[in-house]
Structures are given as structure tokens and as C-alpha cells.
Design a protein around this ligand. Structure first.
Ligand code: SAH
Ligand code: SF4
Length: 365
């Protein structure tokens, strides 16, 4: 079998410069190629007329665009959310979501095909784990969304100057998969997304959401990466958490909270703690007080996410009043800020925890 061609989206700018050096190509052309990839969002070598034909021919022979083909595409009925099913090489697929509300454009991107963590209420967890995504496949999703934003039909609902296409400014790694289980590829992809000469995403507008992979949180703290971190908590006692999040048996709540404390101390950053509200299971005033006590003294914000339906879990999100009561306990008794996530894209299964493709054999961590 021939060696797989180098995926251009796998390369940071310095890596692309090094590759051009090895190929003895004119360094001026590397800048043009980079601009075509990340500013013009070109989708073929033919769409790079400023590169000499022999350079394009060599690129076509020795590299490839890891373009992600749209296998399916759906808009939510309110027009605020679009979900893409993107085909990967080798036959797998991932889901990527473009959200446009409150004047913000956000891409929710995947880090793995499936997920090995097995959270009981999550459709991705229910499908099991197939494989990690490569850096190029992660970057490719952001490029796909950035390209889609150039189409005039998508411009509505975004606050921007007339005639100017909205830019992708926010990326959340909250799609399929556990980003800190695929740490190296995710951080490499983020380096590419942040390149000031490319998509130029601000680090704090890139949110990595983790189920609580303790070694990954400690590594983030060590490396002082200026990203936004969200930790999916869902329960404030080890016994309750282990029921919802089986991987809590591997990384218990005590160890998780110690890692979060270290992260906030080393980086000076607040953590967003996510809490999927499940009626009766974790939405009572006692649960609110337990999370208030757990997070006391930590720089924290709680993001409450009313449970979205998935095929393998029978729980319900509970009533709006329960979420409001939860919020006011956090605010009044613990001075803890919180938000309730807007439910969007549920009609196309594009809400938190609803992303899934085909079932996989999967293996738990
Ligand atoms: N694996 C990472 C990121 C992807 S999940 C993590 O777990 O944090 C993104 C968020 O969606 C997480 O906070 C997760 O707990 C939440 N989620 C999963 N299933 C959900 C569901 N059915 N309803 C609401 N939120 C859900
Ligand atoms: Fe994986 Fe996150 Fe879903 Fe848990 S909630 S199964 S960690 S994607």
C-alpha cells in the first residue's frame, strides 16, 4: 500500500516552511500556500493561481487537502443551528455544528469518532469509541465551517457589517469525543487554529471541554496554555458521579477537584463547570448546595445544560423552574455565577450530547 500523502491541514506554519525547505521550493511560495489554505479557504490546488504550475503539481503529487466531504447537512427549524455530517478518509464520519446566535458564530467540533468515556446520557458515549481524529481532521472541521460562513445564505442571524461575511471567532471542542483523551492531536490543531496569519482564533475563544481526564488537566496547567477550560461535573459526590460518568471510577472526584485547583492556581483562570440537569437525579436544591460547597473558593462559573434526549437514556431535563431555583441557590448562597444553556438545534439532534454517527464496537478506557 502506498504511504498516505501528507495532509496539508496537519501542518503548522513552521512545519509547512520546513517541508518547503526540504523540497527546495521557493520560500516565498509557502506564504502564498498558507494564505490560500487559511485566508482564501481554497478547496483545490487549481484554486491557487498565484502558485507556479510546477509547485502545484508537486503539491498535488506529494500532499493532499484533508477536505472533509459533507455527507449530510441539516438546519434547525429556528435557523440558528446547522449540523454537518462530515466524511473522513477510511469511511468514518463526524458531526460538526455551526451555531449562530446572540451575534456570535461558534463552531462545535469533534475530537474523536465516538467516545470511550461512556457517559450514560450522551449519544456519543452510547455509540462507543472508534478512533482519535488527526490534527488535520480537527482543523478541517473549523475550515469547513469558516468556508460555509462565506456563503451569503449563512450570513443572517450574525451581527456584522452589511456585505461582510461573518468570521469564525469561537470554537468549542464539545462535539463528539473527549478532547483530553486525544491531547496531542487536539493541541496541535489548536496551534494551527490560533496562527495569527491564518484563522487567527483567540486562545480564550477556544474552549476545551473535558469529562475530567485528570492527567490532561494537569498537563494543560503545566503547559500554561491560554485556552478556556470547561469541566463536565454533573454531580458533587463520587457515588452520584460514578453512576452518570463511569470514567469517574478511574479519575475520582477528589483527584479531579485537586487537578482543577492546580489548574486555576497555575494559570489564574476560572474554569467553567458543566452540569447536565437531569430531573430528580441532580437538579434539586440539595444538589445545588452540594455543588456550591464543592466549588467554594474556586474561580468558577457553572453552565447548566438541560438534558437533551438521546436514544439510550430515559431521563428528562426537568422544568425551567428547577433550573432557575438551582441558579438562585448558587448565586444567593454561594455567590457562584451560572448560566442555563439555551436549547437550540434539538430538532436536528445537534444539541449537547446528541452527536453520534454509526454504532461502533468501542472499548472503554
Ligand atoms: N467529552 C467532553 C466534550 C463533549 S460533550 C465532555 O464530556 O465534556 C459536551 C458537553 O455536553 C458535556 O458537558 C456533556 O456532559 C454534555 N452532554 C452530554 N450528553 C448530554 C445530553 N444528553 N444533554 C445535555 N448535555 C449533554
Ligand atoms: Fe464522551 Fe463527553 Fe459524551 Fe462523556 S459526555 S461520553 S466524555 S463525549
Amino acid at each position: 500500500m502506498p504511504a498516505p500523502l501528507l495532509n496539508l491541514y496537519d501542518l503548522t506554519r513552521p512545519q509547512l516552511i520546513a517541508a518547503f525547505g526540504r523540497w527546495e521550493l521557493n520560500p516565498v511560495h509557502v506564504g502564498r500556500l498558507w494564505n490560500y489554505l487559511y485566508l482564501e479557504l481554497a478547496d483545490s490546488f487549481a484554486a491557487m493561481p498565484e502558485l507556479p504550475a510546477r509547485v502545484r503539481e508537486r503539491l498535488a503529487r506529494e500532499t493532499r487537502f484533508g477536505l472533509l466531504a459533507t455527507t449530510a447537512e441539516r438546519d434547525s427549524s429556528d435557523g440558528f443551528t446547522r449540523k454537518y455530517l462530515l466524511g473522513l478518509e477510511g469511511g468514518a464520519a463526524v458531526e460538526t455544528v455551526l451555531m449562530r446566535f446572540n451575534g456570535r458564530v461558534t463552531a462545535c467540533i469533534s475530537s474523536q469518532v465516538g467516545c470511550a468515556m461512556g457517559c450514560v446520557f450522551c449519544a456519543t458515549g452510547q455509540m462507543g469509541y472508534t478512533r482519535h481524529l488527526t490534527p488535520g481532521e480537527i482543523v478541517g472541521q473549523a475550515v469547513h465551517v469558516a468556508r460555509a460562513l462565506r456563503k451569503p445564505a449563512l450570513a443572517k442571524h450574525c451581527r456584522h457589517a452589511p456585505g461582510v461575511a461573518p468570521r469564525l471567532r469561537n470554537v468549542v471542542l464539545m462535539g463528539m469525543g473527549e478532547p483530553l483523551h486525544n491531547y496531542d492531536a487536539v493541541m496541535h490543531a489548536i496551534d494551527i487554529l490560533r496562527d495569527p496569519n491564518g484563522l487567527a482564533l483567540a486562545a480564550e475563544r477556544i474552549t476545551v471541554s473535558t469529562v475530567g481526564v485528570v492527567p490532561g488537566i494537569l498537563r494543560l496547567a503545566e503547559e500554561q496554555r491560554p485556552l478556556s477550560l470547561a469541566v463536565s461535573l454533573h454531580a458533587a459526590t463520587q457515588a452520584e458521579r460514578a453512576v452518570l460518568v463511569p470514567v469517574a471510577k478511574k479519575w475520582p472526584l477528589d483527584a479531579l477537584m485537586a487537578a482543577c485547583r492546580t489548574y486555576s492556581e497555575r494559570t489564574g483562570r476560572r474554569i467553567f463547570y458543566e452540569w447536565t440537569l437531569i430531573e430528580g437525579a441532580n437538579d434539586t436544591p440539595e444538589h445545588a448546595r452540594a455543588v456550591g460547597r464543592l466549588l467554594q473558593g474556586l474561580p468558577a462559573q457553572v453552565n447548566l445544560i438541560p438534558l437533551n434526549p438521546t436514544p439510550g437514556f430515559a431521563g428528562t431535563p426537568g422544568r425551567t423552574e428547577a433550573a432557575k431555583r438551582f441558579q438562585s441557590i448558587l448565586a444567593e448562597e454561594f455567590s457562584l455565577p451560572s448560566t442555563v444553556r439555551q436549547r437550540r438545534g434539538i430538532d436536528i439532534a445537534a444539541g449537547c450530547g446528541q452527536l453520534a454517527t454509526e454504532k461502533s464496537a468501542g472499548s472503554p478506557v
